[in-house]
Design a protein around this ligand. Structure first.
Ligand SMILES: [Zn+2]
Length: 337
């Protein structure tokens, strides 16, 4: 079953929403290609460049270390809700989804001493943005930021602040890619080579989030996978974290290579198997594999930066916390040290 895809056609009829049908695909992991890594907008070939930039520039920042007594870092967050009509807009915001999502962010990042400040919620009806967001994500040349889907660029320039110290979350419909819950366009260390590139990057910053990945999805099959943790995973990328799986020299399935460049996340040959996607209903079901039995540690099945059902995603390691804080300080002008 590893190479198969199954498609779930979802018609959302709850809440009187009549035009909110969408096709939705959950990917069965294929250990022989990397499309899942790319679906988040994080390209394995960029990881080494980003790490090199980080290691080269960290010297000019305080040499931090794991610390239980970090300063609290405050980050403003803006939610931008996009829909094709007022009914859908109201539906997305119903059930307290945005408030619940915000609270999940507070809870997830509290161990890292990161506090979110909800500064704005915007609501926009725009059929084009709704229909075509995420187009081209897989095919575009990731080295050319100017190639980014003009629809997405227009949305971000209209609604976003362009300020790297503010997290902009664009809630849209995403039809592309297997199980695409959300994505970011670039690791913060990417395109830091010149002020012009930084400006380009900042204009397409932020997280694009599928509304399906918000809390309280009315469809139980989607809720089996998505319960609101996608945003936490994507914000991990927004801060500069990589997936705990992959970044291995021979591609998925190999245990050779640097992994995610973090000491306390065991090297993982591929994302946690998809069996959990249909079976895990509580954290007791989140059984860790050992995809690299010759190396220390089991696969980090509870880590936010693995691919697992949301019920399993409950932790960042101290190494990830140290690094995300260091990168907030270095790349986003957010005081964390
Ligand atoms: Zn990801």
């Amino acid at each position: 079953m590893r190479n198969s895809l199954f498609t779930l056609v979802l018609a959302v009829l709850a809440g009187g929403v009549s035009q909110a049908s969408s096709s939705f695909t959950f990917g069965k992991h294929d250990h022989n290609h990397t499309s899942h890594g790319e679906a988040c907008g994080i390209y394995p070939k960029h990881a080494a460049d980003a790490e090199k930039h980080f290691q080269t520039n960290i010297g000019s920042h305080r040499a931090g270390k794991y610390n239980d007594d970090y300063l609290w870092a405050e980050i403003p967050i803006n939610f931008h809700i996009i829909a094709n009509n007022q009914t859908m807009l109201d539906f997305i915001e119903s059930e307290g989804r945005i408030e619940a999502q915000f609270e999940m962010m507070q809870e997830a990042f509290a161990p890292a001493r990161i506090e979110w400040k909800l500064t704005n919620i915007t609501r926009t009806i725009n059929e084009t943005w709704w229909e075509r967001m995420g187009e081209g994500l897989i095919e575009e040349d990731p080295d050319d930021l100017l190639e980014v889907n003009p629809i997405e660029r227009q949305m971000k320039e209209t609604l976003g602040s362009g300020n790297p110290a503010i997290l902009e979350v664009f809630i849209v419909q995403l039809l592309q890619g297997p199980g695409l819950g959300g994505y970011v366009r670039a690791l913060p260390a990417r395109f830091s080579d010149s002020p012009e590139h930084e400006l380009e990057r900042d204009q397409i910053d932020g997280v694009v989030l599928n509304w399906n990945a918000l809390p309280f999805n009315p469809n139980p099959q989607i809720r089996q996978v998505f319960q609101g943790k996608t945003l936490i995973h994507e914000v991990g990328h927004w801060m500069g974290l990589l997936h705990t799986f992959g970044h291995v020299s021979e591609g998925p399935g190999s245990c050779e290579g640097p992994g995610d460049y973090i000491d306390d996340t065991p090297v993982q040959a591929y994302a946690t198997h998809d069996d959990l996607r249909s079976t895990a209903t509580s954290i007791e079901d989140c059984v860790a594999q050992d995809s690299c039995p010759g190396l220390p540690g089991l696969d980090p099945v509870l880590n936010y930066m693995d691919y697992t059902p949301d019920v399993c995603r409950t932790e960042f390691t101290p190494g990830q916390i140290w690094k995300m804080r260091m990168m907030l300080d270095m790349y986003r002008n957010i005081k964390a040290y």
